[in-house]
Design a protein around this ligand. Structure first.
Ligand code: HSE
Length: 315
């Protein structure tokens, strides 16, 4: 008992899923924003959510309805533990933003609980529990937000079930810009409107771009990355939900971005650039367009976050 931890605080990062051509198979972690989760031991066995603050004030505190609660409960079931744990969730990013908000909460919770229990589970095992959190959030246990948030870096999901996930090296100077307009779009809704069938011609274009993007990242070939950041399947359907999308994307490209597209299921729009200075100019240009169409917005400029979640405090 003497050495056991009683309280662990974890930061789990936001993420950009899809990265244009890689619907459900690619994502990367941002340095910020991100959620903070505290897990504390308590007397009563099982998981309880005692606090949800910040931008997630409206989130349920019922464990079975909350992504962090579901993920943490799966972990406890897996290790067959009757320990009592209270979770405090500090939401530091908007819900329904396309920034992987639900994934960050799930990841923060399971990393904190796993640490509290003395790390009985591997990161790969944790991935499965976080995926169950996504199932509650939007109906499908897709991995392209939880995997980057959990592992850090640029992540490729070759298979969802069984999970086959690996990190992609990428150029060290690569910078992301993400602009979040103050509207909410639910991932579950934007998945329902997607076409069930895809023409062979579009499929060929898309998998050509996925291969090109992966090769471009690994080789540090910015021209190839730029040519490959195209989505001919999902973006044309979803972009109509984001006021000013075409102009924001054009502004990003005109300001020097390698490419730009919807972050996850939106409404945030991301861009990738060769360095921080360009990423900042790109952000300014994107913000100007959102402001012109009357949408308040927030910009994040970030390196690809290779560290993933961080333990902020343990005692
Ligand atoms: N791949 C998911 C989607 C990400 O686009 O629906 C959701 O953030």
């Amino acid at each position: 008992m003497g050495d056991q931890l009683n309280r662990v605080k974890v930061f789990a990062p936001a993420s950009v899923a899809n990265v244009s051509c890689g619907f459900d198979v690619m994502g990367f972690a941002l340095e910020r924003p991100g959620d903070e989760i505290i897990a504390c031991r308590s007397e009563k066995p099982g998981i309880r959510i005692t606090k949800v603050t910040g931008e997630g004030g409206a989130l349920p505190t019922s464990v079975d309805e909350n992504t962090a609660g579901v993920a943490a409960k799966k972990l406890l079931e897996h290790v067959n533990s009757d320990v009592g744990i209270e979770l405090e969730i500090y939401k530091k990013m908007p819900l329904g933003s396309g920034l992987g908000s639900s994934a960050a909460s799930s990841v923060g919770a399971i990393v904190a609980v796993n640490c509290l229990l003395g790390s009985p589970c591997s990161r790969n095992e944790l991935l499965g529990f976080a995926a169950e959190g996504e199932r509650i959030a939007c109906g499908t246990p897709h991995l392209d937000n939880v995997a980057p948030s959990l592992f850090g870096g640029f992540v490729f999901i070759r298979s969802q079930q069984p999970p086959d996930v690996f990190e992609l090296d990428c150029p060290i100077s690569l910078f992301a810009t993400v602009v979040h307009p103050q509207i909410e779009i639910k991932t579950e809704d934007t998945r329902k409107i997607l076409h069930r069938n895809v023409s062979l011609q579009k499929a060929v274009t898309q998998w050509g771009n996925v291969g090109g993007l992966v090769a471009g990242l690994l080789k540090g070939d910015y021209g190839l990355i730029s040519r490959s950041l195209q989505d001919v399947i999902i973006e044309p359907v979803r972009s109509v939900l984001i006021p000013g999308f075409d102009d924001v994307k054009k502004a990003a490209l005109d300001a020097g971005a390698l490419g730009s597209g919807i972050s996850g299921s939106g409404p945030s729009i991301f861009a990738l650039s060769v360095d921080k200075k360009t990423a900042e100019s790109v952000g300014k240009a994107m913000q100007d367009i959102f402001t012109k169409v009357g949408l308040e917005n927030e910009v994040y400029v970030s390196k690809i976050n290779k560290a993933g979640p961080q333990i902020l405090e343990e005692r």
